[in-house]
Write a protein that binds this ligand. Structure first.
Ligand code: GLN
Ligand code: ZN
Length: 763
């Protein structure tokens, strides 16, 4: 009898209950008891929704982040919060979010101020975790209370509990040393605490523990395979069975290591590593459990259950109860319940499965494997019908788009002249001063703006009144920028709720959910649009706003678009064609928009690629392939314009060292990047590469309410000029200003413009 289980369930709640409970608690509007009661109710509900599974994850719930939970379980708190005397949960939130973060260093003594832990992306997902901090003195002490309490809760509910923890090597690998020690040296100190933890779980009557080691799908630092052997031999002494869980990718060179580890079972992501199933099944000892993640935990499409059963059945016959079936990874990365959706097109909805529907798929698979295909015959037939409908739907395939993609040649991505010639023509036309000033696109999104957008969406505001309201905002924004004497203006993006959703809503081939929220970090969620079909642009998307804005000023107005790679990376994408194919389609649609903007007289067009870096594959060996098609897609979108049209791109991060060649290959006339917090050291990559085009290194940290002074920004630009010739520098903030207040933005930009003038005077 094959068994079915789950690796993790979304904790935010189908209606984002946890988000609202957390935010209300943080604002002091509800008590700790109310918050913990909401959390307990969510756990209870989610366990009930997993009924029928042979094993259900416990410990996957988190108030903020599962990595931070593990740091608390292991007693690895940053030095700066260790002697906090208040409640443990409050201390946990102090590490997660920081307290009075601006001047945390000075305030540690007086008012409990403390810097937040660093946050970074969880593998190649859009989930962000709090980075564990290590020093050579790091000591670990077990605090199993969270897990034990949740286990007892689960037991009271008769849940077939399988605690989930992050494994020791992944835990160390995900962290950072705060001194020059080597964090992997801490393994010997860490293992006894893991032993103690596993023993404590065993004492609660647990049979299986899921130990997550997703680091095994990446290229391991040298020596780590030996560390894996050392660690798991040590842990083999505990009286519980360990399921070593890997996910998000293929094991490749780590596959044989995995089969050598003395664990009772191994989980493989059979969606991303389908071609490794046979090898793992052959090499894993016969008495080990093979758990296969056959349902995609990272995407929202229905699983082809009949096809899955086809290849799974022989394995089930051979392995019996030593074959487990599961989603590929934790369901944390998909929305909770498709049944919540009221407005999704019914045909498209019939192709989708969110977390609860994925668990249904799992139950159907389990029943069919164990009781034969007649059990669940109806469900299997329904599933087949949905799969066929998607495959054959004319809404997915658009012959005109396919034909356009088929005619793409490399010349499409080619500007007419090299940068130097373009730059001369652009400068003759635009007549910008040295150190030209600009902003990244959005201006404060006030309550009025959001209300107008909401009312338009709900039909309370008609098209004409909405247009009028937005035009008034644009006019206001233009007046402000003129008063500030910025050189290149923007329209301010009041009409955009989100830089991807705005475009997705206007492109054919996209669908939108109402409740398809996925946790990004802490209480923050994103609602990725669903890219289901060939992409086309029925009509211009931004031209009317941009030309209206341009009509109000003699200064150049920047057109503002989101690039194809970013749109792709922030969407749920098709699984019936490669990402690169979808990206090219997006590129063609954005290219049309760029050309329409140019025709309408817009001389400067910015194409944001905020998420280009995010799309990097987990393994370095695959980076170049990705970068090649990503850069080509950007070039196709951008380069269909005359030499005189200036193309900008923007990226809101600052690690360029390892991808600088590809950044240069994008060949944007101007790139604006985030740099203000790093003293411009990040421009070293551009300096060493002798990056040839213009750069706007951010001098205003828009994440902070602080108002940077003129002197501070002059200083930063001088540091920049040591790395990039002054003639090629722009002066701008790190990113868009939509989360800031006008009261902050006005003085900050006034200082920025004054800084640019002061710099000009020195040349
Ligand atoms: N143009 C966008 C804005 O200013 C860019 C946002 C981003 O890079 N994340 O809001
Ligand atoms: Zn940005």
């Amino acid at each position: 009898m094959a068994r079915i289980h789950n690796l993790g369930f979304p904790r935010i709640g189908a209606r984002r209950e946890l988000k609202f409970a957390l935010e209300s608690y943080w604002k002091g509007q509800s008590s700790r008891e109310e918050l913990t009661a909401t959390a307990a109710a969510l756990r209870q509900r989610h366990w009930a929704q997993q009924a029928g599974l042979d094993l259900v994850p416990v410990g996957d719930f988190s108030f903020y982040d599962q990595v931070l939970d593990m740091s608390f379980t292991l007693g690895n708190l940053p030095e700066r919060v260790r002697d906090f005397r208040g409640d443990e949960l409050d201390n946990y939130f102090r590490v997660a979010r920081g307290r009075s973060a601006q001047s945390a260093e000075e305030h540690t003594q007086c008012c409990g101020g403390v810097a937040a832990g660093e946050m970074t992306k969880w593998f190649d997902t859009n989930y962000h975790y709090i980075v564990p901090e290590f020093t050579q003195d790091t000591a670990f002490t077990l605090n199993a209370s969270r897990l034990i309490e949740q286990l007892r809760e689960a037991k009271a509910q008769n849940v077939a509990a399988k605690p989930v923890i992050i494994g020791p090597l992944t835990y160390l690998a995900l962290g950072k040393e705060k001194d020059d020690s080597d964090r992997f040296d801490l393994l010997a100190r860490l293992l006894p605490v893991y032993l103690e933890l596993l023993n404590a779980l065993a004492a609660e009557g647990v049979e299986w523990v899921q130990v997550d080691e997703p680091i095994l799908v990446t290229e391991l630092p040298s020596g780590l395979d030996a560390a894996f052997e050392q660690a798991y031999h040590a842990l083999a002494a505990v009286p519980v069975k360990l399921l070593l869980a890997t996910y998000f990718g293929r094991l490749q060179e780590n596959l044989s290591l995995v089969t050598r580890l003395p664990v009772a079972g191994v989980h493989l992501d059979a969606v991303n590593a389908a071609d490794e199933v046979a090898a793992l099944a052959a090499q894993l000892p016969q008495d080990s459990v093979l758990s296969l993640g056959v349902i995609n935990g990272r995407n929202i499409w229905k699983t082809d259950l009949n096809a899955t059963l086809q290849w799974l059945t022989p394995l089930a016959t051979a392995r019996g109860e030593r074959l487990w079936v599961a989603p590929s990874c934790s369901l944390l990365h998909v929305p909770v319940d498709l049944a919540s959706e009221q407005t999704l097109d019914t045909e498209i909805a019939s192709w989708l499965a969110f977390a609860l529907q994925k668990l249904d798929e799992l139950r159907i698979l389990g029943a069919a494997l164990n009781q034969g295909r007649n059990s669940g015959a109806r469900e299997l037939a329904d599933n087949q019908a949905a799969i066929d409908s998607r495959r054959q739907s004319p809404r997915v395939t658009n012959p005109a788009v396919q034909a356009a993609v088929a005619t793409i040649t490399s010349s499409l991505g080619q500007r007419r002249s090299p940068y130097a010639e373009r730059a001369a023509r652009q400068s003759a036309l635009l007549k910008l001063p040295l150190f030209p000033t600009t902003t990244i696109g959005s201006f404060p999104q006030t309550a009025d703006i959001r209300q107008a957008r909401r009312q338009f969406k709900s039909g309370e505001l008609d098209q004409a009144s909405y247009t009028q309201a937005m035009q008034a905002e644009i006019a206001h924004c233009v007046r402000e920028q003129e008063a500030l004497r910025l050189d290149v203006l923007v329209h301010g993006e009041p009409e955009r709720n989100d830089m991807v959703e705005y475009f997705g809503e206007q492109l054919d081939g996209y669908a939108f959910s109402q409740f398809g929220w996925v946790q990004s970090y802490g209480s923050r969620c994103v609602k990725p649009p669903i890219l289901f079909g060939d992409i086309s642009r029925p009509q211009p998307m931004t031209v009317a706003w941009s030309t209206y804005a341009q009509s109000l000023t003699d200064k150049p107005m920047k057109g503002m678009l989101t690039g194809p790679v970013t749109i792709l990376n922030w969407s749920f994408v098709r699984d019936d064609q490669p990402r690169s194919a979808s990206c090219l389609q997006l590129a063609l649609a954005i290219r049309q928009e760029v050309q329409d903007l140019e025709k309408a007289g817009v001389r400067i067009i910015q194409i944001d690629e905020a998420a280009l870096r995010e799309g990097l594959p987990l393994r370095r060996a695959q980076w170049q392939t990705y970068l090649d098609w990503a850069v080509e897609s950007f070039r196709i979108s951008a380069n269909g314009v005359a030499d005189e049209t200036q193309i900008h791109t923007h990226m809101c991060y600052s690690e360029f060292n390892d991808i600088i060649e590809s950044i240069a290959a994008m060949d944007a006339d101007v790139i604006t990047i985030e740099t203000s917090r790093s003293d411009m050291e990040l421009l070293d990559a551009f300096k060493h590469f002798e990056y040839p085009n213009e750069i706007g290194p951010g001098v205003y940290d828009i994440h902070s309410p602080n108002i940077p002074t003129q002197e501070y920004m002059v200083k930063l630009m001088q540091l920049a000029a040591e790395r990039v010739p002054a003639q090629r520098l722009w002066v701008n903030p790190d990113c868009g200003l939509k989360t800031r207040q006008w009261a902050e933005v006005r003085p900050a930009l006034a200082n920025m413009v004054a800084a640019a003038r002061a710099l000009r005077a020195t040349l």
